[in-house]
Design a protein around this ligand. Structure first.
Ligand code: AHR
Length: 658
């Protein structure tokens, strides 16, 4: 009766050309479910040159001369350069020998092209390092330059330094160079000089000195800062499909990603060839950003580390042949990898893997609490493979929460099969993936409202709005992510984590979009989706509050005029999130119930992301990094009911105090 009266009123108002005021009832009588600190997090995968050429600040490509098709890929050799393979690092055996070119007017040396060039800043310090020796004994000399080979100027170099090398033994040499200009595409140039005595070079490296937290094997500061600023509660690593491998040989092997960087073996990167229409024959994984750096960064940005490991199944998209996978009765080495990773992260310094961690500089445990086994797996193969992992991890580490998978789809045959299987196996969390179009996001506001509260919990482990025909970052897609996330927040009792994906993309090297953070060699920008994630992280709150419209959750359902909303409590603060997905401003009133008779709520102001029609399909760019960013708005009033508006195409956070 009440509902039909309301809908009649709405019809009359709209006939009169007036937008109906939507009353949002927010019950303050009691705080709802606690919001997990892990609710909003980040997903890292080395796709789109996210690691080498991206977050990992190494500027030299193929620094160990190990690229398998051509040991000198990324390098231009001149004069007398020979590739040899009996070097000092057994898992990266190649190195180069530079010898006298045979004529005083000729030169021997190497240029490195970096990742889409080497980006350097005027006056900044860069640490050049190399392992070298003079194989015949005695002394020799190198000249190290950063060069602009496209320059019309008198000379090419931006800086020049001399590096003496001496003795038959391999040693690490380093020097600091400071370019006199800013350039996004310089070249590292190494000349054999001095007496031109033969020199051997291995692991040629160049890092900015000013990395995130100043680590020598460090991360690009602007990109790590963009992660820190998200206030992520959980950090998933290293993927994604990369976990699985096109074949098991090339799966991400965490043990190869720890220890001295010089001896971390190269792995292929499936994103080199997965999309032949965006093919990158020079895309490999150096593992320079490996599991130690992942745990360290998790700690530094305040996120719970969530490693995902192979379950012994190679990528099922790429392998129909069952022989590609490890048989269940041969899984022990994979299971041991998982147990050893827990020891690496948490074990005492006198345990074998705890010792490796301590030797790398972190004797204290990383206090890892979660582990995921398998990525996008499906069919009975997956539960069969997962079960022995669960048994072994539970037996040795009952304190670790284990994440299973619901396959690659947000619904359908595999999803419907795997969720009950995850319940049967008592996985603690189930990873769901959804890269879906507008209409899916508009229809899924209530997705988690009816999930079984008995668990497992949900990890929305990869998601982004991918509009049909508009698979690029744009405001409207991000707005629908914000709308969908009201449902994550409302259901924080069952959703424990959610991570947008993918995280990073180099503008010249992407395979997949949209992505959260984009960059070239010197600049970066944060997408609108980044701002959506950041706002949820910043206004996460401590407890859910019940918010309804006409007694129903506000999920963009019929009659709710494209509105999505949720509310949380944070001490005496209340954050109400409202997403208006329509092109019309809508009056709303925030109506607080459950208050004592004389108690009131006071509006403090708000912050909002919004766009006009003409910018719906745009996003920030390298040239306009702040085209969109949240803007404060004033929002005033005190009482039990406060009237305000939700502008067209907006995501607003109304901040109030009780
Ligand atoms: O995020 C990109 C890819 O999407 C991930 O590697 C995979 O898990 C998913 O299919």
């Amino acid at each position: 009766m009440r509902k039909s009266f309301l809908s009649l009123a709405a019809t009359l108002l709209s006939m009169a050309g007036l937008a109906q005021t939507h009353q949002l009832d927010i019950n303050l009588k009691k705080a709802g479910a606690p919001i997990p600190s892990t609710l909003y997090g980040i997903f890292f995968e080395d796709i789109n040159y996210a690691a080498d050429g991206g977050l990992y600040a190494e500027l030299v490509k193929n620094r160990s001369f190990e690229f398998p098709n051509d040991a000198l890929q990324g390098w231009k050799a001149f004069g007398k350069v020979e590739v040899r393979e009996d070097g000092p690092f057994e898992r990266n055996p190649h190195y180069v020998r530079l010898s006298d070119p045979g004529h005083p007017h000729k030169w021997t040396g190497l240029d490195n092209e970096g990742f889409f060039g080497i980006g350097v800043k005027e006056g900044a310090a860069y640490r050049f390092s190399v392992w070298a020796r003079v194989p015949d004994g005695g002394e020799s000399q190198l000249r190290i330059e950063l060069a602009n080979t496209a320059s019309m100027g008198e000379n090419h170099y931006l800086c020049q330094e001399t590096l003496p090398v001496a003795g038959k033994e391999w040693k690490k040499y380093q020097l600091i160079i400071r370019p006199d200009r800013t350039l996004d595409k310089s070249v590292l140039r190494i000349f054999l000089t001095g007496g031109r005595n033969t020199v051997d070079l291995e692991h040629v490296s160049l890092f900015p000195v000013d990395t995130w937290m100043g680590h020598e094997n460090g991360l690009r500061k602007d990109l790590a800062q963009a992660l820190y600023d998200l206030r992520p509660g959980v950090f998933r690593f290293p993927g994604g499909c990369i976990v699985e491998g096109t074949d098991l040989e090339t799966r991400y092997n965490w043990k190869n990603s720890v220890g001295p960087v010089e001896n971390r073996p190269l792995n292929e990167n499936r994103w080199e060839y997965t999309f032949p229409h965006r093919f990158y024959p020079d895309y490999y994984q150096s593992y320079g950003l490996g599991f130690y750096e992942f745990f360290q960064l998790s700690e530094e940005i305040g996120a719970e580390p969530l490693p995902i490991l192979s379950c012994g199944l190679a990528c099922q998209f790429q392998n129909e042949n069952p022989d590609a996978h490890c048989p269940v009765d041969e899984l022990q080495p994979f299971i041991q990898d998982a147990l050893d990773l827990i020891e690496f992260a948490n074990g005492p310094v006198d345990s074998p893997w705890g010792k490796v961690r301590a030797e790398m500089g972190h004797p204290a445990p990383f206090n890892m609490k979660y582990i995921g086994i398998g990525n996008e797996q499906w069919d009975s193969l997956y539960p069969e493979h997962l079960e022995p992992f669960l048994k072994a991890i539970r037996a040795a580490h009952p304190e670790i929460r284990i994440v299973g998978s619901s396959g690659p789809d947000s619904e359908g045959k595999q999803f419907d099969y795997l969720w009950p299987e995850m319940k049967r196996l008592k996985a603690d969390l189930v990873d769901e993936h959804f890269y879906r179009p507008y209409d899916w996001f508009l229809a899924q506001g209530a997705r988690y409202d009816k999930y079984d509260r008995k668990g497992p919990k949900v990890f929305a482990g990869e998601y982004a709005c991918h509009a049909k025909g508009k698979k690029w970052n744009h405001f409207y897609a991000s707005l629908l992510e914000a709308a969908f996330m009201t449902g994550i927040e409302r259901n924080a009792d069952i959703v424990e984590m959610a991570t947008y994906a993918p995280l990073f993309a180099h503008v010249e090297g992407w395979q997949w979009r949209p992505d959260l953070i984009w960059y070239d060699n010197l600049r970066s920008f944060r997408s609108v989706s980044w701002h959506v994630q950041q706002l949820y992280g910043q206004y996460r709150g401590s407890n859910c509050l019940k918010l309804t419209m006409n007694d129903a959750n506000v999920t963009g359902a019929e009659g709710q005029d494209g509105l999505f909303a949720s509310a949380v409590l944070d001490g005496n603060r209340i954050y109400v999130k409202v997403v208006n997905t329509t092109d019309k401003e809508q009056p709303i009133s925030l109506n607080f119930t459950g208050l004592k008779k004389k108690a009131t709520v006071k509006a403090l102001g708000g912050t909002r992301l919004s766009a006009c029609n003409c910018k719906l399909y745009k996003d920030n760019t390298l040239d306009e990094p702040e085209l969109f960013k949240p803007a404060p708005f004033s929002f005033e009033g005190e009482g039990k009911r406060i009237d305000t508006t939700a502008p067209a195409y907006s995501f607003s956070i109304y901040v109030l105090e009780k």
